[in-house]
Design a protein around this ligand. Structure first.
Ligand SMILES: Nc1ncnc2c1ncn2[C@@H]1O[C@H](COP(=O)(O)OP(=O)(O)OP(=O)(O)O)[C@@H](O)[C@H]1O
Ligand SMILES: [Mg+2]
Length: 293
């Protein structure tokens, strides 16, 4: 009986958090770097969020999965400042993997476990209007040295988010699951870093939170120690001195941008930890790294 009462207490302890986020949008980025085994737990957490009245919006990545299919096809992968150099062939593979495979897998898992999800790419409902990334501007803004003439191919950045379709889905109680593919007015397809997409969507939706789930415990400093709270200036220094590199760069940049665009809180947490999302939302445990302005 005592155990049962404790369980009931745990539920009631979630009340302030449920009240705080009831009816609010929480954008959750699910890293492609997190193994398949964690997907069911993640899907359950998302479904729970929905049933207690929050509006989770899922954006997913797929770096390793794109990489492994490219490898099987004998196509070389190359990265510049955490961005995948994307020629036409690579773009085709990336779209297939992100939209056809990963997106559908997440949707199917949510459906199987009792939620109601709709998978879309940035093309549906013109959610993501994209353009070719401006490498010179990107490197200057983020103080990353990139060779001036480096052509990243079909690597895009978000020009504009059109949140209409996401809102329709939210209001009809579906969980939107978004693949980070965008297109421009001419119909050119772009591969966009999923952290960047998640940040922009969080900004456009005025999300209460952006939670980035990945395959590390959070942001690590020069000594590989977890930084639990990171300010914008420290983040920029850690990028400059190389402590923050590769796939962590776009996370930090998008976190800062989305905070400037009005998102209340951004967290980078370990998606491999069981119930990571629940711990982050329903407790004061403060796991991972919180980014502050
Ligand atoms: N300072 C840092 N702290 C923590 N991780 C870092 C740091 N600098 C670089 N990283 C790297 O960033 C990686 C996470 O980004 P990565 O792009 O690989 O995964 P993801 O974004 O979760 O997946 P996807 O891009 O497929 O969505 C970590 O595994 C780590 O190797
Ligand atoms: Mg990444």
């Amino acid at each position: 009986m005592k155990k049962l009462i404790e369980k009931a207490h745990t539920l009631v302890e979630a009340l302030p958090y449920i009240r705080e986020f009831y009816g609010k949008t929480i954008v959750v980025k699910y890293g492609g770097s997190i193994g398949d085994d964690e997907l069911s737990n993640f899907a359950r957490d998302i479904i729970l969020m929905k049933y207690v009245g929050m509006h989770p919006v899922v954006v997913h990545g797929g770096g390793p999965q794109i990489g492994s299919l490219l490898e099987r096809l004998g196509i070389e992968s190359r990265f510049v400042a955490g961005l995948r150099v994307t020629d036409r062939e690579t773009m085709e593979v990336a779209e297939m993997v992100l939209v056809g495979k990963i997106n559908q897998k997440i949707v199917a898992t949510i459906q199987t476990l009792g939620g109601n999800a709709v998978g879309v790419s940035g093309k549906e409902g013109k959610i993501i209007l994209a353009k070719k990334i401006d490498v010179t501007k990107f490197s200057a803004e983020n103080r990353i040295d990139i060779k001036d003439k480096e052509d990243l191919g079909m690597v895009g950045e978000v020009e504009k988010i059109n949140p209409d379709l996401i809102k329709v889905l939210e209001n009809a109680d579906y969980i939107p699951v978004i693949a980070p593919i965008g297109f421009d007015d001419q119909g050119n397809t772009y591969n966009i870093n999923a952290d960047h997409v998640a940040g922009k969507i969080a900004g456009a939706l005025n999300a209460a939170k952006l939670i980035i789930l990945t395959n590390v415990s959070g942001i690590l400093d020069e000594e590989e120690k977890l930084v639990s709270s990171l300010s914008e200036s420290t983040a920029r220094n850690l990028i400059k001195n190389g402590a923050i590199s590769s796939g962590m760069i776009p996370k930090v940049i998008c976190a800062i941008e989305s905070l400037h665009e009005g998102v209340d809180k951004v967290h980078i947490i370990d998606g491999r930890v069981e119930r990571a999302l629940i711990l982050e939302i329903f407790t004061d445990a403060g796991i991972g790294t919180e980014i502050l302005l």
